[in-house]
Design a protein around this ligand. Structure first.
Ligand SMILES: Cc1cc2nc3c(=O)[nH]c(=O)nc-3n(C[C@H](O)[C@H](O)[C@H](O)COP(=O)(O)OP(=O)(O)OC[C@H]3O[C@@H](n4cnc5c(N)ncnc54)[C@H](O)[C@@H]3O)c2cc1C
Length: 265
């Protein structure tokens, strides 16, 4: 809850400075579109509260995709989503019990993880291998192959082993702890595994309340990020959005609604 220079951004700050009531550790459990209210529960006290709305904005983010392989529940296997995950990985490295890091996936989060592990390995003076395994023929699949190869060569120059075109088929372990990542052709020693195989939009709450889900799995929205309920908007990782540059840009799904500011203001 702090900015990079240590200024606190807690619920008191938001209330006093922005006049926003921020309810931490509170989970939205149900949306009642008829009554226009959200049922939420405090994770601390268990108290249930009802929050009325005129307009509702859903910004529930995404969650890691875990491939359907065995061994993802072993100790030492992580996903990387929030600060707690990063802290856990850092603590494992600092504990000195980490000799072989394997990152499954060759996307952006995998690249950032590899960079962080190499930098930590250097600063702690650890003898620890870092390996990236990607099923596609190249890392960073959105790049041209020539560009992706430059990234791969850079990783390799920092001592990262990169295997492309390799599909992980299982993670093996002993006494409940990960020891190996197995692909169709390789067995790679691993005591710390990061599964970085993409994310999927968090849409359960929206689905349960009957909001439409788009073809890519995000909450369907029009050009103003309005869902098929004119009082509910969806933004960020949980929403389908229009790509303004790519070939897959989606035309508006619903009749355009004016943005919320022009409605309330
Ligand atoms: C390791 C990593 C590195 C990244 N690096 C970059 C980068 O360099 N540049 C970039 O542009 N993007 C980056 N991203 C992606 C970026 O973090 C996301 O695109 C962005 O955080 C999405 O914002 P959001 O508000 O939609 O969702 P989030 O930031 O995920 O926030 C959603 C919040 O909603 C909460 N929530 C969910 N369901 C409920 C519920 N029912 N009730 C109450 N709260 C709920 C969640 O707990 C979460 O706090 C990175 C992601 C990761 C994991």
């Amino acid at each position: 809850m702090e900015t990079p220079i240590g200024v606190l951004r807690d619920p008191v700050f938001f209330q006093n400075v922005k006049q926003i009531k921020a309810l931490n550790q509170t989970e939205a459990k149900r949306i009642d579109r008829e009554a226009k209210q959200v049922e939420a529960r405090s994770l601390v006290s268990g108290d249930v509260m009802t929050l009325p709305y005129d307009y509702l904005v859903l910004a529930m983010g995404s969650e890691p995709c875990i491939p359907p392989i065995s061994g993802t529940d072993l100790e030492g296997v992580h996903t990387l989503q929030g600060v707690e995950d990063a802290e856990a990985l850092k603590a494992t490295m600092e504990g000195g019990a980490c000799h072989h890091v394997v990152i499954i996936g060759g996307g952006l989060i995998a690249m950032k993880s590899a960079e962080a592990f190499v930098s930590r390995r250097c600063s702690l003076g650890l003898d620890c291998s870092v390996t990236v395994v990607e099923v596609l023929p190249q890392v960073l699949s959105f790049l041209d192959p020539e560009m992706a190869l430059l990234v791969q060569r850079h990783l390799e120059s920092k001592g990262v082993k990169v295997f492309t075109g390799e599909q992980v088929v299982r993670i093996e372990g002993e006494n409940g702890r990960a020891t190996r990542v197995v692909t169709s052709a390789l067995e790679i020693a691993a005591d710390l595994v990061v599964v970085a195989t993409g994310v999927r939009p968090t849409v359960k709450l929206a689905q349960e309340t009957g909001l439409e889900i788009g073809p890519t799995g995000g909450i369907a929205t029009d050009l103003h990020m309005c869902t098929n309920d004119p009082s509910i908007y969806a933004v960020g990782d949980c929403a389908k959005t229009r790509c303004l540059t790519g070939p897959n840009h989606c035309p508006p799904t619903f009749p355009s609604a004016p943005p919320p500011t022009s409605r309330v203001g």
